[in-house]
Design a protein around this ligand. Sequence first.
Ligand code: C2E
Ligand code: MG
Ligand code: MG
Ligand code: MG
Length: 281
Amino acid sequence: QAKKSGKDRYTVFEPAMQADFQAGLQMEADLRRAVVRHEFELRYQPIVHLRTNDITGLEALVRWQHPERGIVPPMDFVPLAEETGLIVPIGEWVLREACHQAAAWNLRRGGRPLSVSVNVSAVQLEQGGVPAAVRESLASSGLPAACLVLEMTESLLVDHRIGTLRQLEELKAIGVRLAIDDFGTGYSSLAYLRQFPFDIIKIDKSFVDDIGDGPTAAALTHGIIQLGQALHLSTIAEGIEHAGQLNELTNDCDLGQGYYFAEPLTEQAMGDLLFPPADES
Ligand code: C2E
Ligand code: MG
Ligand code: MG
Ligand code: MG
């Protein structure tokens, strides 16, 4: 009887596992091809000064333009890209593209600097080539180092090697700024602030979401902002969707981003937002 149920278990699970496995292999093959054929695109989401409404920066967010499946969001391929190491060439492409685009927009803006934020995976840091890739992208684009921000999540730094801190210090020496992304969602956010030389705290969307649901989320958010101020870090609130959230944040938080201001935009739409076509006539 036990043997039989064991056998049944196989017949139930095997086809599904086999299908998953094959889908995974197919996806990996597709992703390798995507790297070779440059099937990636960037979207840009404005980062806004909450008191003046000025756009001070942009976050570059990668998309995969899959030939059959259409636009694939990062959460559906970045994990596989990290597992296979393909995040290294993808990340280098993102960095180069974002720097070149930001350099072009900075020239058109004249005096007011526009910074660009690029997400960097822990796998890229482990691999060790991030400072070299940053130097190459800055040099070839002409973007000032002060206009580049690298965002990394605390959860991804958990498994850090000794080399991580050295690279972050090397990046600081180049003059780029470092942001801790999704702040408050990991296990030891405060420890990371002490260990690593961050310049910017990005308050996770989950805190901003809950503002208005009661005093706790608002108090936590203000606490994070005050922590940032005490450490002379700037704070960016992620995922602002409503005027009520903005009102709660405007008094003490420097910067914000979210659908309330704009969704991640194509290069064309971002260009139109930065330089309204009416101004050019
Ligand atoms: P993230 O860096 O925390 O980026 C913010 C995410 O929140 C983006 O999702 C953005 O579209 C979304 N978002 C912004 N404002 C709002 C809002 O008001 N409401 C809601 N519901 N969502 C909002 P996206 O573009 O799907 O990216 C997801 C994650 O994928 C990013 O989270 C980042 O961790 C990762 N990612 C994106 N681009 C790259 C990249 O070039 N390299 C790496 N390594 N990771 C990337
Ligand atoms: Mg980010
Ligand atoms: Mg985030
Ligand atoms: Mg995130």
